[in-house]
Every structure is written in C-alpha cells, then in structure tokens.
Design a protein around this ligand. Structure first.
Ligand code: G4P
Length: 290
C-alpha cells in the first residue's frame, strides 16, 4: 500500500508509536534484510531511546545470505540482539520469544524484586510499511490478525496477542516512515518493492536495478536474460532484455514500461536469486545505522 507521508502524518505516527512504547518492555524493530540501512526509520534511535530492542532482518529468503551474516555481525557489534527471519514462511521466528526474554531480563527481575507477579513480556513490532509487520504478527500469533489500515491515524482498541512463549504482542504494529533524504535510498526502497511503483517512475527504478545488478550480480543478470555480455549503457541493456522478452511496441521499439515491470518483478520475487542492496561497509560513512 502506498502512503504519502506528510509532516502531519509523521508527527501523528511518531506520537502513536511513543504512546505504544509506554506499554511495552521490548521493541521489535523490523528491517528488510536486503536493505537494513535504507529500511530503517530515521528517528528510530530517538524514539526507542534505552528501551531494549530486538532487530529483525526480515525477508531473509530474498536476501544474499552472506551479506545478511555481515549485517547480523554489524548489529551485534553495536550491542543489539539481531536475528534474520522469514515472516512469510515462519523460518527463524522460533528464536524471537527467547531473544525477547533475554532482553527483558532486567525489567522482569526488577518487577519480581518488588514482589510483583511475573507476567509475559510485552513487545511492539515497529517498522516501515511493507516490511512484514503483519506477516510476523500473524506468524507469532499463529492466526490471522486483522491488519489496520497502513495509515498513521487509523486506530482501534489495542489488544495483546499471546504467542504462547511468555511473549505478548500489541496487535497493532508501530508504522513509521522510511528515509526520504537520500535519492539512492529511495531507489533501493523502490527496487526492493518496499515502496510502491507510484512513487518513482518504474523505468527509472528498473534502470537503477540494471545498474546495480551489472555491478554486483553481473552473472545473474546475464543468465536470467541470456545476454551475451553487459557492454553499453544501462538503457541499451534494458533494450536488449526487452528484445529478448518480446516487449515491443508497434514499429518494433522497446516497450520500456513492460520490460521495467518484468525486471522489477523478477528482482522482487527472487527470480534473480537472493539479492542484498547494501552491505554494512558500503553504507556511506556519513550515515548512521543505529
Ligand atoms: P507490513 O504489515 O509491514 O505492511 O507488511 P506485510 O506483512 O503486509 O508484508 C508485505 C509484503 O511482504 C507481503 O507481500 C508479505 O507476504 C511479504 N512478506 C512479509 N514477510 C516476508 C518474508 O519474510 N519473505 C518474503 N518473501 N515476503 C515477505 P504482498 O505481496 O504485499 O502480499 P501477500 O499477497 O503476499 O500477502
């Protein structure tokens, strides 16, 4: 779902997340394993402050496993608990309750020291739209939990979902906006499908994808579209793929819209293999990732 984020929406989303944070012990921050930096809300640190945080790299099935390993080590070095998961299939999610228990140990101890009865740990799932928050809630709840409209401001009474492993979740996740300041981040978010096609012209996104693939995964690009080589401009490569796929308009000119759809669908669905759009080393030093 596309959301146009305006300052008013952002302020409301921030307020809502802050209200929810008061109710919970642990924040589960959902990032896209293919682009953990770009899929992180820019205000995350400020919002979460010292609340224990579990970082989940979701959609690990679509990400390059060796790069995901690097990201896990990167987060661990920053003293964050981090796990890679696939909320669609449920792969990796069994480790979430015990990770939350470890993170909330001090809070729980303080409560029992004060003579309070032990209770399940309470967590909130937070992330940008389409990162997999609802899929994860459904997987942990083992049932379908109705999705609140992906708009800051659409509210309903909050309920706790029992996961059966000493962990309760707020049934409505915290929805936050992605980074907007850097055009490269926007292109990565669009290429991965994290933001939908209406935001950036799909041809521009597909050309970015070609440029990225020829630099980082050239063999996969060649093999998928049976290209002899990868010489010429990105537009020429797009045209060659268009010719191969018969995406032609009257007069035999390439239909750039159709071939862009094909390339982006292939990329997003994993047909070009598991792909990571960024590595911890490559993320610009002026940026900060948590
Ligand atoms: P959100 O609540 O954060 O907005 O995200 P949501 O769970 O709705 O997930 C967004 C899309 O990402 C969904 O696909 C969902 O199936 C997919 N998804 C979530 N987690 C994973 C994962 O770990 N791996 C993969 N491959 N996909 C994942 P959709 O096409 O928008 O909808 P659907 O038809 O699949 O439900």
């Amino acid at each position: 779902m596309t959301i146009q984020w305006y300052p008013g929406h952002m302020a409301k989303a921030k307020r809502q997340v802050m209200e929810k944070l008061k109710l919970i012990d642990v924040v589960i921050e959902l990032l896209d394993a293919r682009l953990p930096f770009s899929s992180q809300n820019p205000m995350m640190d400020e919002l979460v402050k010292d609340k224990p945080r579990l970082v989940l790299l979701n959609k690990k099935d679509l990400a390059d496993p060796s790069v995901t390993e690097k990201w896990l080590r990167f987060f661990e070095k920053k003293a964050f608990q981090a796990l890679a998961v696939d909320a669609q299939s449920g792969n990796g999610i069994k480790a979430i309750p015990s990770a939350c228990q470890t993170l909330a140990r001090d809070i729980m101890k303080k409560m029992t020291d004060k003579g309070m009865k032990p209770r399940p740990i309470r967590a909130l799932i937070v992330g940008i739209p389409n990162v997999g928050k609802s899929s994860l809630i459904n997987r942990l709840a083992k049932r379908h939990v109705a999705k609140t409209g992906d708009r800051p401001g659409v509210t309903k009474a909050q309920q706790w979902i029992k996961t059966g492993h000493g962990l309760e979740l707020l049934d409505t996740p915290g929805i936050l906006w992605p980074k907007f300041d850097d055009p490269l981040v926007g292109l990565k978010l669009a290429a991965s499908g994290a933001i939908r096609d209406e935001i950036l012209p799909k041809e521009e996104v597909a050309l970015f994808a070609i440029d990225f693939l020829r630099r980082v995964y050239p063999e996969r690009l060649k093999n998928r579209y049976t290209l002899q080589g990868l010489t010429g401009t990105n537009v020429e490569i797009m045209e060659a793929i268009g010719q191969k796929r018969g995406c032609l308009k009257a007069g035999a000119s390439v239909d750039y819209g159709r071939i862009s759809d094909i390339i982006l669908n292939d990329l997003r669905s994993g047909k070009l293999g598991p792909i990571s759009f960024e590595t911890p080393e490559a993320v610009n030093k002026s940026h900060t990732v948590v």
